[in-house]
Design a protein around this ligand. Structure first.
Ligand SMILES: [Zn+2]
Length: 320
């Protein structure tokens, strides 16, 4: 059998793990696991809510320092600022890191510095309100953030947005957008999942939806790899397989240090080690090898290339 395609995971909390452990050695373990599972690229987010005792922005900036330190020390892992850099990293068989932020808690004035340090992705909100999203809606500051990140060709990520803010964000930008780690509400009603109208809206503007392995987003019963494949099939049939990706959101390595409300993981999709089996199952479920390769990494790369190359009507594109 041909080697399964390498995987670009649209959502990982490795930076949060480094923060919680304060142990750079953890990064080496993550890289070894990723290489073994053929996960070759990942969007890693600064996440401000690992420790309720520390302000979110301070946690995010500390996570950035830890990630920079880890990337400098550990071989075979590279921070990528452009799709070209990602392609070079993959050619060297390095794990490519795309830096993002989950919940825009940092001051907007820091945006240029974050861009210089490699940030290329943003979610305006996590599961609690942020200065950018309040009571379900984008704030004035949220709209400013959208303009600033669009201007810098960052990936705009709508996962975690309440539905009114989702539609408001689509009014604010013409960019193809990412929903990095959300599933289909038609299969599992949950505030973190997207309705058919939302899924279609993401696809209509050339966006991509990354599907999540966290059990409550998959099924009301004990979730399995089959449930994940059911979501993949449903969303692929609704909006086309070229708009679907993986945003696994694996948390197996966090369960002993942070309370996520549950310790249950999806059977057969509990962590990186299950990814090769998932890819084999997708082919068994009738996805062609080309479709599987697009799901695995091609669609996310195409999205990043499209966002990077965008001609922006608002003018003033920032280069670099
Ligand atoms: Zn999340």
């Amino acid at each position: 059998m041909a080697l399964s395609p390498w995987v670009f995971d649209a959502h990982s909390d490795i930076a949060g793990d480094l923060f919680l452990r304060d142990d750079p050695q953890r990064f080496r373990e993550h890289i070894d696991r990723m290489i073994a599972a053929r996960v070759g690229a990942v969007i890693t987010c600064l996440w401000g809510f690992a420790d309720p005792g520390v302000p979110a922005a301070a946690q995010q900036l500390r996570q950035l320092e830890l990630l920079e330190q880890a990337l400098a020390e550990v071989p075979r892992a590279t921070l990528c600022r452009t799709p070209q850099e990602l392609a070079f990293a993959r050619r060297r068989h390095d794990v490519a890191f795309v830096l993002g932020i989950e919940g825009f808690e940092v001051p907007v004035a820091l945006l240029p510095e974050l861009h210089d340090r490699g940030m290329r992705h943003a979610m305006l909100r996590w599961s609690v309100d942020s200065p950018a999203v309040r009571s379900g809606h984008l704030t004035g500051l949220g709209k400013e953030v959208v303009r600033e990140i669009e201007r810098r060709h960052w990936l705009v990520d709508v996962s975690h947005l309440p539905e009114p803010a989702f539609w408001e964000l689509l009014e604010e930008t013409e960019c193809p957008i990412l929903a990095s780690h959300s599933n289909a509400a038609a299969l599992q009603r949950h505030e973190r999942n997207l309705t058919d109208d939302q899924l279609r809206a993401v696809a209509e503007r050339g966006g991509v939806v990354g599907l999540n392995s966290w059990p409550p987003f998959l099924s009301s019963d004990a979730a399995t790899r089959e449930d994940f494949i059911r979501h993949i099939r449903y969303v692929s049939d609704l909006i086309g397989p070229d708009h679907v990706a993986f945003g696994f959101d694996f948390v197996d390595y966090l369960l002993d240090v942070v309370d996520l409300g549950s310790k249950d993981l999806a059977t057969g999709l509990a962590g990186l080690e299950d990814v090769p089996g998932l890819l084999a199952d997708l082919v068994r479920h009738g996805f062609t090898e080309v479709e599987t390769e697009h799901l695995a990494h091609g669609n996310l790369i195409n999205l990043w290339q499209a966002v990077s190359a965008l001609q922006l009507p608002r003018g003033g594109a920032v280069i670099g």
